[in-house]
Write a protein that binds this ligand. Structure first.
Ligand SMILES: [Cu+2]
Length: 337
């Protein structure tokens, strides 16, 4: 990872405040080298093109004024009067070529730096589904790998390589404050690498229309110091905690007996479905259903009771539960920290 942003302050400082609130979600508010490099490109392209536009407008206005004042140049009659406009056109063409070549080279080198491979990188496999994200942290020791959904943690300063897959339709992985977009395409694997230079919460969003709930396909990237990241990793590798109350253990029994377990995995139980998000530590995440609702006992209960009203068309069916059952299941889900 050698992409070092110039950190051009000008445009960024003025425009970034659209993304000032947390979590960050703005290409004008970079939190890492990749997004910084792209912001430099945006700034330089905008400045250069803005200057060119201004010059063209000035020349146009001057020409119109000359016309109106009746001092329009007569049709060129001989070599002498033609020489000046010809020189001007030649100079304009040469400048255009130089500018376009310059911008092309610049964008080539900046974007090439963004994809540089790094053996130190943390590797995370991403699977985008209609309409949620599955993240599997790879590990040389397979028993250390673990899976989460819709929220990832990354260590500040260490590159993270995302291996992008899409089992259903085309999606696009985009965390504007950390990197550019990369599509996830069925039958093909793409990659994107990013580094967060500053701790913070960054919001990502599917950036390729992928069906009814495309707009509800967000995720969070939480960048934290390496020791806190390591602690998070250790906690996520643990199996689900044992229910601490009677109600929660009734909830677990219902969860395992009903269809839930066919679609969801909860490590440490017999639930090992893979059609829906891994719920082993669902209550440790800030949102459920890909950014739709903050994680509270109430929202877990509401979601379980009627996922189709909250997120119409999503792939979780309504599983009929009595109110006591619902209460027990939500108690159990809330205990999955
Ligand atoms: Cu999508």
């Amino acid at each position: 990872m050698t992409a070092r942003p110039l950190r051009l302050p000008a445009l960024a400082a003025v425009l970034a405040c659209g993304g000032c609130g947390t979590p960050w979600q703005s290409a004008l508010h970079p939190g890492g080298a990749q997004a910084g490099g792209l912001l430099d490109l945006i700034t330089i392209f905008t400045a250069v093109c803005g200057i060119v536009w201004l010059l063209v407008m000035i020349v146009t206005l001057l020409t119109l004024r000359r016309r109106r004042a009746g001092i329009e140049a007569p049709l060129p009659r001989d070599e002498g009067t033609e020489r000046r406009p010809r020189r001007a056109v030649q100079a304009a063409v040469a400048t255009t070529v130089v500018i376009i070549a310059g911008l092309t080279l610049l964008s080539f080198f900046v974007t090439r730096g963004l994809t540089a491979d790094d053996p130190q990188a943390l590797v995370v496999r991403v699977r985008a589904y209609q309409w949620w994200w599955e993240f599997t942290y790879q590990d040389p020791r397979p028993d250390q790998a673990f899976t989460v959904a819709n929220e990832i943690h990354v260590p500040v300063g260490r590159p993270v390589r995302f291996l992008l897959e899409a089992p259903d339709v085309i999606h696009s992985f985009w965390v504007p404050s950390l990197a550019g977009k990369q599509d996830l395409i069925p039958g093909r694997s793409n990659e994107i690498t990013l580094v967060a230079d500053q701790p913070g919460v960054y919001r990502g969003q599917c950036a390729q229309f992928c069906g009814l709930q495309h707009a509800h396909m967000a995720f969070l990237v939480i960048a934290e110091p390496p020791d806190r990241f390591a602690a998070w990793q250790v906690a996520q590798r643990q199996p689900a905690p044992e229910p601490a109350t009677d109600e929660a253990s009734v909830g677990r029994r219902i969860f395992l007996a009903r269809q839930c377990a066919a679609c969801h995995t909860i490590q440490g139980t017999t639930a090992s479905g893979t059609l829906g998000p891994d719920l082993t530590h669902v209550a440790s995440r800030r949102y459920i259903a890909a950014g739709l609702l903050p994680t509270t006992r109430g929202s877990l209960a509401a979601w379980t009771a009627d996922p189709q009203t909250l997120k119409p068309g999503n792939n979780m069916p309504m599983v009929p539960l009595g109110s006591d059952e619902l209460s027990a299941v939500s108690a159990y889900l809330t205990s999955l920290r």
